[in-house]
Ligand binder design. Structure first.
Ligand SMILES: [Zn+2]
Length: 493
């Protein structure tokens, strides 16, 4: 797939912005592209000075409304071209967040889908994930904050879930009532009752209202822990907590210990807590299903004595693909292609050293983030390495962002991220931006050690030279390989 620049003359190729008519929601925009040798290019009258290879990025600030930006190119012995960009700066119209907690009476709600994220704060981002609740988990809700509902966990302890992912539990379907009805076999009677009630409702609506008010207020029904068990296999150790029903829980890593807490439990503290030692190479998963909480700790498939590269499975994940092209560079280079090139080189290095390797994609195909995660989990990866090149939002200044940064989410990924950032930036001779924690889907799982490497910036004129060099893919791949081997030698063995 070729990238078509918005402007291409013999003097200049402009790759950003991608169209002459752009609307942005922040007061800035950058122009980037390539200026051909000996040509002069001006943006709003200011001369652009590119890097030696011709790459340039230039950031301008915008006033509210429409901004006219003239890009002028003067060929050495030729004509002058002028092209006009119409950049409209319009603040995003967000639905006003009230940012107040609206308390309501406690009521039972239940989740309406699997994997509802429960968070420690009412913010849809960052490191605040407590646990993933299955469908039909009952939650005591006592208020809302913006688009979140507050979940009562234990005294002075709350979680937050999206209001859109829960619904109120109707009184009739309370498990106790249902059981009682089943036992006494009064189902047909109930049906007749409903009909009668309806008739009453149409006839005497006021009386019905009075009846509703007289209904008993919220009745808290905590779950019970009925059993706990440990199951061991050669590959893993599973701790099972059996409950009378699904319940809210959290799984938090603290000082290399995994603390799993089940809430709304009928004990004095209203919680059931269990701490697991994670060891130096933690791989685990925590999930709840049908009233059972599973804590699975995977064993490292070797000891210091039995280690061989053959026992290490690495999933390489070339970012983007297919219709999702990723970012675009100053010269129109497309991120997904560069990612794949590096990934294929990396596979060669790893396989040559006898590591086992799987790739989420080997061709230019689209893959969802969930599929990538599942691929890593299904293949029982020890490491998951996602390969990307970086970009900046159109309103930022590309000249201020350069070099390598490697992201991790779980604490166990930090050391590898640091080692890789060091190794890659040294090999590519770019700035080392180090390791950084970020909540990206592919590095969130705890079953593998996941990192996402942003090798260099596509729109930084200095970095352009790096990723356009002939040996970029091989140099990056070797650097990742060396970093990984260093990490394995220092941490794993
Ligand atoms: Zn990317």
């Amino acid at each position: 797939m070729q990238f078509v620049p918005a402007l291409e003359t013999s003097a200049v190729t402009l790759t950003h912005p991608e169209s002459q008519y752009v609307t942005v929601d922040k007061p800035g925009i950058f122009f980037s592209g390539k200026i051909h040798k000996y040509e002069h290019v001006y943006i709003n009258g200011i001369r652009m000075y590119p890097e030696r290879n011709g790459a340039f990025s230039y950031s301008i600030s915008l006033k509210s409304g429409e901004n006219i930006v003239a890009v002028q190119s003067k060929e050495l012995f030729g004509k002058t071209h002028t092209i006009t960009y119409h950049i409209t700066f319009q603040k995003a119209v967000k639905r006003p967040n009230q940012n107040v907690f609206l308390q309501s009476e406690k009521a039972y709600y239940q989740t309406t889908k699997d994997d509802v994220v429960m968070r420690s704060t009412p913010v849809d981002a960052g490191m605040n994930r407590l646990g993933y609740l299955p469908n039909n988990t009952k939650l005591v809700v006592d208020g809302t904050f913006n688009e979140f509902s507050r979940v009562y966990l234990s005294e002075d302890n709350y979680g937050w879930v999206f209001t859109k992912n829960i619904k109120i539990v109707p009184k009739e379907t309370k498990p106790e009532t249902a059981k009682a009805e089943n036992k006494t076999n009064i189902k047909p009677v109930k049906q007749t009752e409903t009909v009668t009630k309806k008739e009453v409702k149409t006839a005497e609506p006021e009386k019905e209202n009075v009846e509703e008010k007289a209904e008993p207020t919220f009745e808290y029904k905590p779950v019970t822990v009925t059993d706990t068990n440990t199951f061991k296999t050669v590959h893993d150790e599973t701790f099972v907590i059996q409950l009378s029903d699904n319940a809210p829980y959290s799984a938090i890593v603290d000082n290399n210990k995994l603390v799993v807490t089940v809430y709304n439990v009928d004990s004095k503290s209203e919680t059931y807590k269990k701490t697991f030692n994670l060891g130096k190479f933690p791989r685990y998963s925590v999930c709840m299903k049908d009233g059972v909480l599973y804590v699975i700790q995977k064993k490292v498939p070797f000891t210091k004595q039995t280690y061989s590269n053959r026992k290490v499975l690495i999933v390489i994940d070339p970012g983007h693909g297919g219709q999702e092209r990723g970012a675009v560079g100053c010269f129109g280079d497309i991120e997904k292609n560069l990612n794949l090139k590096v990934a294929l080189e990396l596979r060669k290095y790893l396989e040559k050293a006898n590591f086992r390797v799987r790739m989420t994609r080997e061709t230019d195909k689209f893959m969802t983030l969930n599929d990538r995660v599942k691929f890593g989990q299904d293949n029982d990866a020890l490491f998951f390495i996602s390969i990307h090149l970086n970009s900046v939002p159109i309103s930022s200044n590309p000249n201020l962002n350069e070099g390598t940064v490697v992201f991790y989410f779980n604490p166990q990924g930090e050391e590898l991220a640091k080692t890789l950032a060091q190794s890659i930036s040294t090999a590519l001779k770019v700035k080392n931006e180090g390791a950084s924690q970020a909540s990206f889907a592919v590095i969130r799982p705890t079953e593998y050690i996941g990192v996402l490497a942003e090798l260099a910036y596509l729109v930084n004129p200095k970095d352009v030279r790096v990723y356009r060099s002939m040996h970029f893919a091989r140099t990056s791949a070797r650097a990742i390989y060396n970093g990984l081997v260093k990490y394995i030698n220092e941490v794993l063995k």
